[in-house]
Design a protein around this ligand. Structure first.
Ligand code: ZN
Ligand code: ZN
Length: 118
């Protein structure tokens, strides 16, 4: 019997419009893979469920089609505020939409705060 892949939901800061969206991650092959980013932004002042820490590594699902908001094909975790943000692999630098931190993209994401929706 095949077990359903475990999922986690994280807030995701879109490059465009500085809107927060919800990203769905699936635990596949020993890593958390980004599978989908919500088309709708989180409602302003909406309640965020409790948070749980998910340990990585983090990757991207092979069928991820990009962010519906800005079209970015990947993502980074800001080293300053720890938020997940849209990122294009065509650039080596990133400016965090959450806190404005600007830096070079390096390394892999090892852990993240996921929303506890279970
Ligand atoms: Zn985006
Ligand atoms: Zn930041």
């Amino acid at each position: 019997m095949e077990r359903m892949a475990e999922s986690a939901w994280l807030t995701f800061h879109c490059e465009t419009g500085k809107q927060a969206r919800v990203a769905t991650f699936r635990h596949t092959g020993g890593e958390w893979q980004l599978a989908e980013v919500s088309a709708d932004a989180l409602p302003e002042g909406g309640t965020i469920p409790g948070r749980i820490t998910k340990t990585g590594p983090f990757g991207i699902a092979s069928d991820y089609t990009g962010c519906p908001g800005c079209g970015a094909d990947s993502y980074v975790r800001c080293g300053e505020c720890g938020e997940m943000c849209c990122w294009r692999t065509s650039t080596s630098h990133h400016t965090c939409p959450g806190c404005g931190n600007h830096g070079q993209v390096s390394g892999r994401i090892r852990s993240a705060e996921a929303m506890d929706v279970a």
